[in-house]
Design a protein around this ligand. Structure first.
Ligand SMILES: Nc1ncnc2c1ncn2[C@@H]1O[C@H](COP(=O)(O)OP(=O)(O)OP(=O)(O)O)[C@@H](O)[C@H]1O
Length: 841
């Protein structure tokens, strides 16, 4: 390779410091990319790849125009790339030799401030974690809103739970992660940055954290600041939290219950979030998502939210008014972020003003609702000074650009008004000049016009030129067109310089004034953030009240004795997508004595729906919301475990069955008496007997050890006999009826078990060829007639497998069973054993 040109040498030097980014290198009106960056960017952005210095060493190159770069940058960021913006730091026309260039900002998926496609209803998090002395310290931040949090824990499960809950767009780690962990995390977040060096810096916002937490925060904040390359006063004081303080659900549970993302379409539609979101502000919508992700476990906190919701359910008029005022509140959190980051425009500030104007009204409504639960919202505070400031300064509808004037109201700044007057007066003078010159020349078509090249000029058509004495009039010819001549006069040029000078000065002054105004608004950052937080919570609570009334929900009550009792409960999402009257409500009763439901019923009868609905009702209740039931008494669950459907975890190299077992393991090991377990047909991914054996042993384990509330659906009808030996297990089934060969789903949960799956009936509901259905019926009949013998064989092979024992237990068995092992002395036991031996002889 030949020696690079000075400019390429400059490029290469800068690029070497920003290796993991695509470097946007400013050259005049373009950002150019070179080498691999160019190849990559041209492919992703679908722009032409060209070559520089084509003859010698062709360098791949592509570029985007400076004024339309933001769209391209956004596209790259949304695909997980990082973009470094390198600007010309000097005016090329004023500089001899090479223009100095510097990277002024690095935009990454986790630190991007504005993006067209950015979901206003979701946070944009960047996360960092470190492991020290066997403990994880995890911190995360939303740079757009300033939220900053940190937590510590000691196990990898919590790490994965936290990461999947937070769902960051970017992760910072301090050293190469173990391969398997890296792979797992990469499934969640594409952009992982490994930072090797550690630099201790002082951040005011991290006070009150441990040394290790500080280090985790340092990695995070250093990265954010180094990329943003500016102060960020909107980053809030860190909140230390514990994962333990919230109901624990892992990624699978959240996904299976479709809390915030539907399984099939990976969209919000059809999720609990979709159902519950009747918020009026983006801040409220983001808060709601956080609340769904982290249901509460402290009774006092839950009741406090519920009290507020009750107030709003009953206060129909207040709620209605609240909703209309909230509707006029913009995204204060992100607006404040933009003020602090420096990319706010005048339109944003008008929106901010409009939003804070609603605060006094909202405060007044809240104060009308007389309840302690509302007390905290009394901290709502009208920001009169700020409102006045914005009101006095900004016009109602300013332009998007802050560099073209038109931002400030008359009367805000004296000098600005003078410039504007000079320019307006000048324009007035010009309009009058046209009339005057028409009179002087007698040419009615004479025009005084303006263009950027010549400024103001007088134009006379060729036909009229010969009739007038231009010299006598003082006209100097400036330009000849095919059908007209253009002139200027001394007087005109004098006025022109006043007008243009005043306009330029006004625009320049407006920009300066805007920067000052921005600075003044910045001083309100903390206050505005506090208000935004309160408004977001009020918005969530009114949303809970709104859906409670719209869909006929009830306030749940919490039981101290761990009883779960639901009357006429529904699955809120399924109910909503079908007609309310078509949904069949169901009851549920589990307590300390009977805590396992074994659920049978035909395919499609509604087993999964029923189990999910109980989990979802529990989650809604612990969020502090009303629930879809006529009556709901619930324990407070510490964790919810699910094992539902097939998991598509192919990337991690585990089979469906393996994932199923891993999930089961998590529940078996992790659940407590205060947990809820939902197992949908566990064991079906292997041979019948293996599956059956695993299912039974898991149920027994939960029954004897964990004692968690458990809903277990199965097609293994052999399991239904377990209620004979496990006192805490109850059989229920979801009823269906066969009528003239057709299956009618009643969706009604009833006591007892059923012994038929009706799989073929359900298959018949599809368009499977009749031949297949008929053949299946025939095979089924054959199998059923053979079953007896088959079972005999199995019984022989697995003598200890009591399930298949169909005859009644023998006298000896009864005797053994009746022995109360806890209350028997060794001598008594020996005597009993001897009795049994004798009997057998
Ligand atoms: N209580 C109900 N009222 C009305 N319709 C219901 C009810 N429960 C379920 N359904 C309807 O029945 C369909 C099947 O329900 P679900 O998937 O829960 O059945 P399943 O018994 O788990 O089936 P499978 O054993 O095949 O997995 C649901 O999609 C829903 O439309």
């Amino acid at each position: 390779m030949s020696k690079p040109t000075p400019m390429m040498a400059q490029y290469l030097k800068i690029k070497s410091q920003y290796q993991d980014t695509l470097l946007f290198f400013r050259l005049g009106d373009f950002y150019e990319m070179f080498y691999d960056d160019a190849v990559e960017a041209s492919r992703v952005l679908e722009i032409t790849l060209t070559r520089r210095d084509a003859k010698k060493d062709p360098i791949p190159m592509c570029g985007v125009p400076y004024h339309s770069a933001s769209g391209y940058i956004e596209k790259l960021i949304s695909k997980g790339y990082k973009v470094a913006i390198c600007e010309q730091m000097e005016d090329p026309t004023q500089t001899k030799g090479m223009v100095r260039r510097e990277v002024v900002q690095v935009i990454t998926p986790g630190t991007v401030m504005e993006q067209k496609g950015m979901d206003e209803k979701a946070n944009n998090y960047i996360l960092s974690f470190i492991k020290e002395d066997g403990e994880f310290h995890l911190s995360y931040c939303d740079v757009t809103t300033g939220e900053l949090k940190v937590t510590s824990f000691d196990d990898e499960t919590t790490l994965m739970n936290e990461i999947t809950t937070i769902y960051p767009n970017e992760i910072i780690v301090n050293k190469i992660l173990p391969d398997n962990l890296y792979k797992q995390i990469q499934l969640i977040t594409e952009t992982i940055t490994v930072v090797d060096s550690y630099e201790e810096r002082e951040y005011e916002v991290v006070t009150g954290t441990s040394q290790s937490q500080k280090r985790s925060l340092n990695y995070l904040l250093n990265y954010i600041h180094d990329n943003g390359k500016r102060e960020m006063p909107h980053i809030e004081e860190v909140v230390v939290y514990r994962a333990l303080d919230y109901m624990k659900m892992d990624f699978y549970a959240k996904r299976n219950l479709e809390l915030t993302e539907s399984i099939r379409l990976k969209s919000k539609k059809g999720t609990l979030l979709w159902l519950m979101d009747d918020t009026k502000t983006p801040m409220g919508a983001r808060r709601l998502k956080q609340w769904i992700d982290r249901p509460l476990i402290k009774l006092r906190d839950i009741e406090q939210r519920l009290d507020a919701v009750e107030q709003l359910v009953n206060g129909f008029i207040e709620r209605d008014e609240l909703r209309s005022y909230l509707n006029m509140v913009y995204d204060i959190e992100r607006l404040v972020g933009r003020v602090s980051y420096g990319n706010v425009n005048a339109k944003d500030l008008v929106q901010l003003n409009y939003s804070i104007k609603q605060i006094p009204y909202i405060k007044e409504i809240i104060e009308r609702l007389d309840s302690h639960s509302i007390d905290r919202f009394k901290a709502l505070e009208p920001l009169k000074d700020l409102e006045q400031l914005l009101e006095d300064s900004l016009v109602e509808d300013p332009p998007l650009s802050v560099k073209e004037g038109g931002i400030f109201k008359k009367g805000y700044h004296e000098a600005l008004d003078q410039y504007k007057e000079a320019s307006t007066n000048g324009k007035q003078w010009i309009a009058e000049l046209q009339l005057k010159e028409r009179e002087r020349t007698g040419v009615k078509s004479l025009k005084v016009s303006f263009n950027k090249v010549f400024g103001y000029y007088i134009e006379i058509t060729k036909a009229n030129v010969n009739n007038i004495d231009t010299d006598a009039l003082g006209y100097q010819r400036k330009q000849t067109l095919s059908n007209a001549e253009r002139y200027i006069t001394e007087e005109l040029k004098e006025k022109e310089s006043i007008i243009l000078g005043a306009e330029d000065k006004a625009i320049e002054l407006e920009y300066q004034l805007f920067l000052e105004l921005r600075q003044e608004v910045k001083a309100y950052t903390e206050k505005l953030q506090a208000q935004a937080k309160l408004l977001s919570e009020i918005d969530c609570l009114q949303s809970f009240a709104e859906i409670a009334q719209k869909y006929h929900y009830t306030r749940p009550i919490f039981s101290e004795d761990k009883t779960l009792s639901l009357k006429s409960s529904r699955h809120p999402v399924v109910e909503r997508v079908m007609d309310h009257n078509d949904y069949v409500p169901n009851d549920c009763y589990l307590d300390k004595e009977g805590f396992i439901y074994l659920i049978t019923g035909p395919n499609m009868s509604g087993k999964s729906t029923y189990m999910r609905q109980i989990a979802i009702i529990s989650i809604m209740a612990q969020m502090g919301a009303y629930v879809p039931a006529d009556y709901a008494q619930l324990p407070i669950f510490d964790q919810i475990f699910t094992r539902i459907g097939a998991a598509d975890d192919l990337v991690s190299g585990k089979s469906t069955f393996m994932v199923e077992m891993l999930e089961a393991e998590k529940a078996m090991v992790g659940a407590t008496e205060d947990s809820l377990i939902i197992f949908d047909e566990i064991g079906r991914g292997t041979s019948t007997f293996d599956g059956l054996a695993l299912a039974q042993s898991m149920i027994e384990y939960v029954h004897h050890h964990t004692k968690a509330k458990t809903l277990f659906s199965t097609h293994y009808h052999e399991l239904t006999h377990l209620d004979e030996t496990l006192s805490g297990l109850k059989n229920i089934h979801v009823a269906a009826q066969e009528y003239q060969g057709e299956l009618i789903f009643l969706h009604k949960v009833k006591e007892g078990a059923v012994d038929q799956s009706y799989g073929i009936h359900v298959a018949k509901l599809t368009d499977l060829p009749d031949e297949i259905i008929e053949r299946a019926h025939a095979i089924l009949q054959e199998l059923e007639s053979n079953t007896k013998t088959e079972r005999e064989v199995e019984k022989f092979n697995q003598p200890s497998f009591q399930l298949f024992e169909e005859q009644s237990p023998s006298e000896i068995e009864k005797k053994i069973k009746s022995i109360d092992l806890m209350n028997i002395t060794p001598i008594e036991a020996l005597t009993k054993l001897q009795e049994i031996q004798n009997q057998l002889k």
